[in-house]
Design a binder for this molecule. Structure first.
Ligand SMILES: *Cc1c(COP(=O)(O)O)cnc(C)c1O
Length: 219
């Protein structure tokens, strides 16, 4: 279902559906649900909490699927994140990037693909780096030996109308074009991934539309 909608949105905007990765956001769901999804063809899972993800990744297998961290990463969880995840979407400060680079070295991890989460709305409560501070972080990441800057991620404020997020997606794309031509754009969730694909998303992070509603209070 979601795959068909991704393919339709891609075709509508003259894009190849194969260039769009689907991250199935499995937060709050138990390993049995993830296993079912794998049988239905899911290969990439997104989790937003390191602690919660750890149990699942152990249950399913570190290398049985691709694991993406999509939630804010606290510095005291950075080592666990380096051990558990294939890709981190939520790098949002030079300090965190430095720490991750050092830990990769200590852990013998040869490369860690990362995305920079950008706070386009300027909402103080959300994670993500402000646009004014972005170039310093990108410059730092470009000097890293182990962290590999692969692109950018945005988590816009929630609007009922999916069209309302279009300007955020457009802005992220402009940032990508300026700073990392050809880089990934991680944008679009259950209610707006089609708009995100029209605006150039290369990775969509979809939970509810795949797994159904999460329990109250677990977002
Ligand atoms: C929960 C979450 C998603 C998925 O949200 P849905 O609306 O369930 O598709 C995507 N990205 C991030 C960062 C999330 O925390």
């Amino acid at each position: 279902m979601v795959r068909h909608r991704i393919a339709d949105a891609a075709m509508r905007s003259g894009r190849d559906p194969n260039e769009i990765k689907l991250v199935a956001v499995s937060k709050t769901h138990p390993p049995s649900v993830l296993r079912e999804a794998m049988e239905a063809g899911v290969t990439i899972f997104g989790e937003n909490k390191v602690q919660e993800a750890e149990n699942k990744i152990i249950a399913i297998g570190r290398h049985a699927a691709e694991w993406h961290l999509i939630g804010h990463l606290q510095s005291n969880k950075a080592r666990k994140a380096v051990q558990l995840f294939d890709v981190i979407h939520s790098v949002d400060s030079v300090e965190l990037a430095r720490r991750l680079e050092r830990i990769c070295e200590e852990e013998g991890r040869e490369s860690l693909p990362v995305l920079v989460q950008v706070d386009i709305a300027g909402e103080a409560t959300k994670s993500g780096i402000a646009e004014e501070a972005l170039s310093e972080l990108v410059d730092y990441l470009n000097t890293c030996k182990l962290l590999q800057l692969q692109g950018f991620m945005v988590l816009p404020p929630y609007y009922e109308d999916p069209e309302a997020t279009r300007p955020f997606f457009r802005r992220l794309r402009a940032i990508r074009d300026e700073m990392l031509s050809g880089g990934e754009l991680s944008m679009g969730m259950s209610h707006d991934f089609e708009v995100a694909i029209e605006e150039g998303a290369t990775i969509v992070r979809v939970g509810t539309a795949i797994f159904g509603e999460r329990e109250y209070g677990s977002r």
